[in-house]
Design a protein around this ligand. Structure first.
Ligand SMILES: CC(C)(COP(=O)(O)OP(=O)(O)OC[C@H]1O[C@@H](n2cnc3c(N)ncnc32)[C@H](O)[C@@H]1OP(=O)(O)O)[C@@H](O)C(=O)NCCC(=O)NCCS
Length: 162
């Protein structure tokens, strides 16, 4: 298993992992599947300072991906990033998410960021546990800010001070 920078040719596999979540879970509040063009834009926004990383298994299949993003486009927030992480639904519970989040935390430290924020749907217990297991602390909760699958959803905010 290796973690490497994503390339544009990885988009179909990344898209398939993400769109599964869009259609089947509240881990993302997107409600309609994304297109290749959408992900080309995401790649454009994640160049040098914020690359997208993929986890590849021994057969060159992508089984997860993740990246850091600016917390805000206002300059004063430039010390703070947000993380995003998605593991293929057939490859969960094997430590891959933890490996990738540890890697992103390390990259954030190397780049001199001071905080990582995670905004996680309150019903996404696996992601809450994953982040807390690596030191993220719950700092707030937003009530009924999301709406998907005919229900209102809360969001928990976690912070890792680096
Ligand atoms: C959240 C997610 C990234 C976890 O990845 P994973 O590879 O399955 O997680 P790991 O096997 O590395 O487990 C790491 C920790 O997460 C927690 N965890 C993982 N699966 C869990 C589950 N089903 N229930 C509760 N906690 C769970 C545990 O704390 C675990 O630590 P431990 O093994 O020391 O107990 C994965 O479930 C996923 O991609 N979900 C859909 C997308 C998503 O929710 N992304 C995050 C958006 S905020």
């Amino acid at each position: 298993m290796i973690i490497r920078k994503a390339t544009i040719s990885d988009i179909p596999q990344i898209l398939s992992i993400y769109n599964y979540e869009v259609l089947n879970s509240s881990s993302t509040f997107d409600t309609r599947p994304k297109s290749t063009e959408d992900f080309l834009k995401l790649f454009d926004m994640h160049s040098y300072k914020y690359p997208i990383y993929v986890v590849e298994d021994g057969t060159n299949s992508i089984i997860g991906y993740g990246y850091l993003s600016p917390f805000s486009d206002k300059e004063g927030y430039s010390i703070t990033v947000e993380d995003s992480i998605y593991i293929h639904h057939l490859h969960r519970g094997k430590g891959i998410g933890k490996m990738l989040l540890k890697f992103l935390i390390q990259k954030a430290r190397e780049k001199g960021f001071k905080n990582i924020i995670a905004k996680i749907c309150a019903e996404n217990q696996p992601s809450l546990n994953l982040h807390k297991s690596l030191g993220f602390v719950e700092v707030g909760k937003l009530y009924s800010v999301g709406y998907k699958f005919n229900r209102y959803l809360d969001v928990i905010i976690l912070q890792l001070n680096l």
